[in-house]
Design a binder for this molecule. Structure first.
Ligand code: IPD
Length: 284
């Protein structure tokens, strides 16, 4: 896999604004396709890591549309998408796409699914890139979160901020589960220890919406093991720009082994519990 040349951070905030505007345009266009094209009972087109890790025709169509629009607007940029992988570019900007985050909700008609579009700079490697612009568009109800690096986080154009930190015992915490049975067993073990220590748990079914819900105060915090770069990219910037810490365990950045988000003090408390539980492993 050839990496595009690392690009500098956009020096001009107006460049960030342009990337945010394009991310929003792309997410809304794909959202329209996903909503208007939703069959009464969508079919599973294929499965990925396990029989419950599904792809619908609309995941494929949505990503294809995003790629076509990007080819017109910014043909020099790289693209990393959930369904089609990496297309190498030359500009140092990579678009990170989740054509439908919350595919299982989409399959069942549960209205918590989103299109997630982020622009990142640097190598197309989540451990090394910097997310500079992002949009998460909740297709069913139209809510649209946007953020630009250093430019704040917004829901439908209004600035948003995380809740003030509360003790974990009074914090509503979102989480999610992977698609592999072994991982789920371990996630259930961790959940059994976390649940008695928090106000309650929510499982929305879209990691991007979980993170954006932290950004707007609808959840106090969120954690999940196993997230992919397209689940995290746009929404982690929204959460950060809303004042959240978005981190992993043991000083690692948020990533596949663990992502924890919340007001800094809440995130720290949750990290402490998750580290003690080895929640960044699949141990039983
Ligand atoms: C999934 C959702 C879910 C999370 C899973 C993700 P997908 O993404 O974000 O909430 O728990 O870890 O894989 O498969 O719907 O794009």
């Amino acid at each position: 896999m050839t990496s595009p040349a690392p690009g500098p951070l956009p020096a001009d905030p107006a460049d960030v604004d342009l990337l945010v505007d394009l991310a929003e345009h792309l997410a809304r266009e794909a959202g329209r396709l996903v909503l208007e094209g939703r069959p009464h009972r969508p079919d599973v087109a294929s499965t990925k890591s396990s029989p419950v890790d599904v792809v619908t025709q609309m995941d494929l169509a949505s990503e294809a549309l995003l790629r076509r629009l990007l080819a017109q607007e910014r043909p020099q940029d790289a693209i990393l998408g959930e369904e089609e992988g990496l297309l190498v570019g030359t500009s140092g900007v990579t678009w990170v796409l989740d054509p439908i985050d919350g595919t299982v909700n989409y399959l069942y008609g549960i209205p918590a699914y989103a299109v997630s579009v982020a622009a990142v700079v640097g190598e197309p490697d989540p451990a090394r890139w910097t997310v500079v612009a992002g949009c998460v568009h909740a297709v069913a109800d139209g809510r649209t979160w946007t953020a630009g690096l250093g430019r704040g986080a917004y829901l439908d154009g209004g600035r948003v901020a995380v809740n003030a930190a509360r003790p974990l015992a009074e914090s509503l915490v979102g989480t999610g589960f992977g698609y592999l049975s072994e991982r789920r067993r371990s996630q259930a073990r961790v959940l059994a220890e976390v649940l008695p220590q928090v106000r309650d748990i929510r499982r929305i079914g879209s990691a991007a919406m979980d993170l954006c819900t932290v950004a707007t105060g609808g959840l106090d915090a969120y954690y999940e093991r196993g997230l992919q770069p397209w689940d995290l990219a746009a929404a982690s910037l929204v959460a950060q720009e809303a004042g959240a810490s978005v981190v992993g365990l043991r000083g690692a950045p948020a990533g596949e082994s663990m992502a924890v988000a919340g007001p800094p003090a809440t995130a720290r408390a949750l990290v402490g519990i998750l580290e003690a539980l080895d929640a960044d492993t699949d141990r039983l």
